[in-house]
Design a binder for this molecule. Structure first.
Ligand SMILES: [Cu+2]
Length: 170
């Protein structure tokens, strides 16, 4: 009897997680909404297990007729995630934190190496190739978007991780 209950519960959890990834966008009341945000080409860098931060990239499209504002990003895999903008100031690479990011109606914003990125700190588990970081993007209008970001090798030499680790020599 106990065993049957356990199986039923695990099936229920499975069904819930499948529904969550299929729907992706859920309002605070839990009911599905028309798709407002589309996320594509999501990935996080492959980092050594000793590294206390990572960078995440994707393209973010606003499919709606109104501006949307990304206000926070959370993940069970990281202690903190910020929206960062890399920039060159007098030839020196630096970055600043953006408290929020507005995407105008029907516009796409690209997070990419050397530009916008998610600054993901305090990894809770070590991740390797084949793993994915699950993050939630939270928008001011209450929409949350579930994104799976596979771990990939950095795509370009001026990768974020070099900018963050001037003291590490490769
Ligand atoms: Cu950064």
């Amino acid at each position: 009897m106990i065993r049957i209950t356990r199986i039923a519960i695990s099936l229920l959890l499975l069904v819930q997680s499948i529904q969550l990834s299929a729907e992706q966008q859920v309002d605070p009341a839990g009911s599905p909404r028309p798709k407002v945000v589309e996320v594509a080409e999501a990935w996080v860098g492959l980092t050594p297990p000793t590294m206390a931060m990572n960078a995440g990239y994707f393209s973010l499209s606003n499919l709606s007729d109104n501006p949307i504002e990304l206000v926070s990003v959370t993940s069970p895999a990281y202690g903190s995630i910020e929206i960062h903008q890399s920039q060159l100031l007098n030839g020196i690479a630096s970055m600043r934190m953006l408290p929020t990011l507005t995407i105008q109606a029907h516009q796409q914003v690209q997070f990419e190496s050397g530009g916008l990125h998610l600054m993901m700190r305090k990894p809770i588990v070590a991740m390797s190739l084949g793993d994915s970081a699950v993050v939630q993007l939270h928008f001011k209008n209450g929409t949350s978007v579930h994104v799976e970001m596979p771990v990939l090798k950095s795509k370009s030499r001026d990768s974020h991780h070099e900018q963050h680790n001037h003291h590490q020599h490769h």
